[in-house]
Design a protein around this ligand. Structure first.
Ligand SMILES: Nc1ncnc2c1ncn2[C@@H]1O[C@H](COP(=O)(O)OP(=O)(O)OP(=O)(O)O)[C@@H](O)[C@H]1O
Length: 388
């Protein structure tokens, strides 16, 4: 063994597939070895975890699928693989185990997750997504998890309100945006909300629109897929996400991603009764609402949070304001991704927006509601939920 610098660097000779080859773990987190050809793994990006099997070390990897790579699970562009090597001495095995463990621990990845699976959302395939895409990656990453299948509306919120948060490093929703909103409202309704709000949240798309996870993965140039989403959680990168408080009369609730009031809110909420139609429910109910238009009278006011004076000019979006306004006012969450990322939502939003625009201009709809919004402190989330 030739450890140039034992604190952060190992250069060694190990057994790979019965051949002794040089293996190096570099300071910048790259694992390089020579076998039939030269190989290199970016541990931070590609390695899910390590399994120590007697005198051998198995490196569990998720890489972009390329021709010629043996993969045992294709996850839509991502292949799970493993690479096994055997250090030549006991001392070397101990050193490798320690260095690899220390490196993974230094990345701040979650170790214990609470996972909500909503079997009711989208095409009702959240359980399948969890079993086929999420669980294998969590096992490869050696992450402990507790799974709760939601049984009814607001179930996730009830659980989160009384949850012992010290038991988890994060909460993951295998669902659409609805469960995310429940989790955020549950956290913010707790007495210890200012600490609870720091709990990282992850999203795996298993709903109809999946607007949040689409926005987040798009913001880091990744395709919205369950495998990309869970990899983002495992890598543990976090970034903050703004939350708006909405007060309407005596009701107060918290919002991320988007706020809608008027026509589009009605289409979104009231179309629930046609959920059996799948995503067509939105089109169907939109036509119904457009045919029987309602008047919306009210006043909307925006109150910047005191703690965030600088947010006073922070742009935001009301989906039921005309689209041209909506697109100018980009929120910190790329809210206009609703108009650009999801083709299905895109044209619906545009039609709704154009219609609203027309009616707004003609004075047919007056947006003057008693809705007040203020921005809360940014909250910490894991990369899937804007976490780059
Ligand atoms: N077992 C259940 N039965 C009925 N409703 C449920 C159940 N579990 C959760 N729900 C409710 O399902 C609603 C929709 O969930 P979710 O957001 O995951 O899917 P979606 O509406 O299809 O997707 P999106 O919000 O991305 O369009 C949530 O409001 C949630 O409260």
């Amino acid at each position: 063994m030739d450890p140039e610098n034992l604190s952060s660097f190992i250069s060694d000779r190990v057994l790979v597939n019965g051949k002794v080859v040089p293996l190096t773990f570099t300071r910048d987190g790259k694992l390089r070895w020579n076998h039939d050809d030269r190989r290199c793994l970016n541990v931070e990006k590609e390695v899910l975890g390590f399994t120590f099997e007697g005198s051998r070390i198995r490196v569990n990897v998720a890489v972009e699928k390329r021709d010629g790579i043996l993969c045992f699970a294709n996850m839509g562009g991502i292949a799970r693989q493993s690479f096994v090597f055997e250090p030549l001495s006991e001392e070397s095995l101990t050193l490798w185990s320690q260095k690899l463990r220390d490196y993974i621990d230094s990345l701040g990845r979650p170790k214990r997750l609470l996972i909500f699976v909503n079997p009711f959302g989208g095409k009702k395939c959240a359980t399948k997504i969890f079993v086929e895409d999420v669980r294998p990656c969590l096992e490869d990453a050696d992450i402990q998890f507790t799974v709760i299948e939601t049984k009814h509306q607001l179930h996730a919120k009830e659980v989160v309100k009384t949850l012992d948060l010290s038991k988890y490093d994060g909460i993951v929703c295998v669902s659409g945006d609805g469960i995310l909103v429940e989790v955020i409202n549950g956290l913010l309704e707790r007495e210890d909300w200012s600490d609870a709000i720091k709990m990282p949240i992850g999203m795996v798309p298993a709903g109809t629109g999946n607007g949040m996870v689409k926005s987040l993965l798009d913001s880091v140039g990744e395709i919205c897929s369950p495998s990309n989403a869970i990899l983002a959680v495992i890598r543990g990168h976090t970034r903050s996400l703004d939350v708006a408080t909405i007060s309407q009369g005596k009701t107060r609730f918290f919002s991320v991603l988007m706020l809608a009031w008027g026509l589009i809110a009605d289409i979104d909420i009231e179309s629930e009764k046609y959920r059996w139609m799948g995503s067509a429910r939105i089109d169907f109910y939109a036509l119904q609402r457009i045919t029987y238009l309602r008047h919306y009278n009210g006043r909307v006011s925006f109150v910047p949070a005191l703690a965030l004076k600088s947010m006073a000019s922070k742009p935001f979006i009301l989906v039921n304001l005309p689209v041209k306004h909506a697109q100018v006012n980009k929120s910190p969450l790329t809210l206009n991704s609703l108009g650009t990322l999801d083709p299905m939502l895109s044209w619906r939003t545009c039609i709704g927006g154009l219609l609203a625009d027309h009616l707004f201009q003609s004075g047919f709809i007056m947006y003057r509601g008693e809705v007040k919004m203020s921005w809360l402190h940014p909250m910490q989330c894991s990369r899937t939920v804007i976490w780059t």
